[in-house]
Design a protein around this ligand. Structure first.
Ligand code: AMP
Ligand code: MN
Ligand code: MN
Ligand code: MN
Length: 281
């Protein structure tokens, strides 16, 4: 059975629409898919219609941008009720902040003689929310950089001209939205954060204390060593393991939907737990 619990559509910074994403999942023989757009659940209705036609089990998901001790941490929520008001209100606030931040990135880049950034990013966002990814696509398209990676390095990370420090929901707050919506809170791609082992333990301790349940042990952005490390980390922290490709579309050749490293044997997974929506798989 192929289970992929982290993916994006054009509702956030993916390049496939929810229907196209589900069609691709079907081609990849994915059995269970979670759509987890950044800070939005707007793609879930369309995704569900497509999933029903294709016989794919769709899990309602979201990837919430949060702040923990001044650092941005992504938290996936799985099996959420997408009508739960504290969740929908919270996401709406984050999206309002995102809109301001997108304009601010544009203003900062303009000071570096990069004009039309906001309009460019907005057109790449195709009506969805604006992420740094859309700025990156615009800057590559406009010839400022050779690829997305270079844009992030030169313009969009801390200390660079287009960087705006994220003011997201507090981690504990986001955990409570997801729990309130009947979902499972999971720390996304833990090996991606620039963080010491000690600080990661503190993060996971605080997360667990707030009601957090899972850690994304297997991720499209983790190598084999990181996967092993995160399997041990999850066990020590008393967190269940999750897995997801973090697929953003076919343009990124390194990450494919449903194609994941194996879950380490020692892990207890979220989908085999009592927390899983509609019972175990
Ligand atoms: P945002 O949430 O607007 O800050 O944008 C974050 C998104 O940018 C992530 O979800 C990734 O899709 C993408 N991203 C972040 N860092 C990089 C990077 N170094 N290279 C390519 N994409 C990145
Ligand atoms: Mn993204
Ligand atoms: Mn993320
Ligand atoms: Mn993601």
């Amino acid at each position: 059975m192929i289970i992929d619990l982290h993916s994006h559509s054009t509702v956030s910074d993916g390049t496939l629409t929810p229907s196209e994403l589900l069609a691709h999942a079907s081609k990849q023989e994915v059995d269970v898919l979670a759509l987890t757009d950044h800070d939005s659940i707007d793609g879930l209705d369309e995704a569900r219609k497509a999933a029903n036609k294709l016989g794919i089990r769709l899990i309602n998901g979201v990837e919430i941008s949060t702040s923990w001790m001044g650092q941005t941490i992504h938290m996936v929520g799985l099996g959420i009720d997408p009508t739960h008001p504290p969740l929908t209100d919270g996401l709406k606030k984050i999206c309002e902040y995102r809109e301001w931040r997108a304009e601010e990135i544009g203003r900062r880049l303009a000071k570096k003689r990069i004009e039309g950034g906001y309009e460019g990013a907005k057109s790449f966002a195709k009506g969805g929310l604006i992420a740094r990814t859309h700025y990156a696509r615009f800057l590559v398209d406009a010839g400022y950089c050779k690829d997305i990676r270079e844009v992030f390095k030169k313009y969009l990370v801390r200390g660079k001209p287009g960087y705006v420090p994220g003011k997201w929901a507090e981690l504990e707050e986001a955990v409570s939205w997801v729990l309130g919506a009947g979902g499972i809170p999971i720390i996304a791609h833990p090996a991606r954060y620039r963080i010491t082992a000690g600080r990661l333990r503190k993060l996971l301790g605080d997360f667990k204390q707030a009601g957090g349940i899972g850690l994304e042990v297997v991720s499209g952005s983790h190598n084999t060593d990181e996967t092993q490390t995160m399997a041990r980390t999850a066990k020590k922290a008393g967190l269940l393991a999750s897995q997801g490709s973090d697929y953003h579309g076919p343009e990124n050749q390194w990450i494919e939907l449903g194609r994941l490293r194996p879950m380490p044997d020692e892990c207890k997974t979220v989908w085999e737990s009592e927390f899983w929506p509609e019972g175990k798989l």
